[in-house]
Unconditional design. Structure first.
Length: 244
């Protein structure tokens, strides 16, 4: 499934060099994090070797106090090695996300098709709802304002919140926006193959379940599609008088 992104050209039709430069910087940051992860892995291996040496010395000694000291040192080294590995894993994940965003930035820097607007990867955390609203508001205002803008931002919030709730916390959420004149089409994709319930007004006794109902209420058109490993919610918002 392909959706668009904004052209990154200036008034003269030239490609936005700043966006391309940012992509290069993200790649550099990813390489730095990979080097940091490698350094932590090596430190963890060194601590494991040291711990193994201490364990051998513990076997050779017979004094109770010496054994207790060695056991405490061994426990501390094992714990530090585990922490180093966890930080290395986090660095690798951060580097992976930087590379993905850099690839999207490079793609945007090359796009020349009219009507392409926005493509973002967001972490599956609650703060991403506000970030998505800010990204979309910055893109569409103007030309959208008033009721149409409020409806669009409400639908974006509900779609991203649903993706966070039902997708995997280890994966990212993709937010795409395509513009055609003053009409906007939004796509939100997450890693859950089957989160969505059938649309319709939820029971007042339940706090949740309003996401798709609200999207259906404010959007001119909307839909939900699933493939092997993702769920895609899309919707369109048109200003008063606009048609698809």
């Amino acid at each position: 499934m392909e959706f668009g992104f904004s052209p990154v050209r200036d008034a003269n039709g030239n490609v936005d060099v700043e966006r391309a430069r940012q992509a290069i910087q993200r790649d550099e940051h990813a390489r730095v994090r990979d080097l940091a992860a490698l350094s932590r892995d090596r430190a963890a291996e060194a601590r494991d070797r040291h711990a193994d040496g201490l364990a051998l010395r513990r076997q050779e000694g017979s004094a109770d106090e010496r054994r207790r000291r060695l056991e405490r040192a061994l426990t501390g080294l094992r714990s530090q090695a585990g922490a180093d590995r966890e930080r290395a894993r986090a660095d690798r994940e951060s580097a992976r996300q930087d590379r993905e965003q850099a690839a999207l930035d490079r793609r945007q820097a090359r796009l020349a098709d009219r009507g392409k607007a926005l493509d973002r990867l967001l972490p599956a955390v609650p703060d991403s709802v506000g970030q998505a609203r800010r990204d979309v508001a910055e893109l569409v205002s103007p030309p959208l304002d008033g009721r149409a803008l409020d409806d669009l931002l409400l639908a974006v919030s509900e779609a991203v919140a649903n993706a966070i709730q039902h997708g995997s916390a280890d994966e990212t959420i993709r937010l795409s926006v395509e513009s055609v004149g003053k009409q906007f089409r939004v796509l939100v994709s997450d890693s859950s193959p089957s989160f969505a319930q059938a649309p319709g007004q939820p029971s007042p006794e339940h706090n949740g379940g309003w996401g798709l109902f609200l999207i259906e209420t404010v959007a001119n058109r909307w839909g939900l599609e699933r493939d092997e490993d993702q769920t895609h919610v899309w919707f369109e918002i048109h200003p008063d008088g606009a048609t698809s």
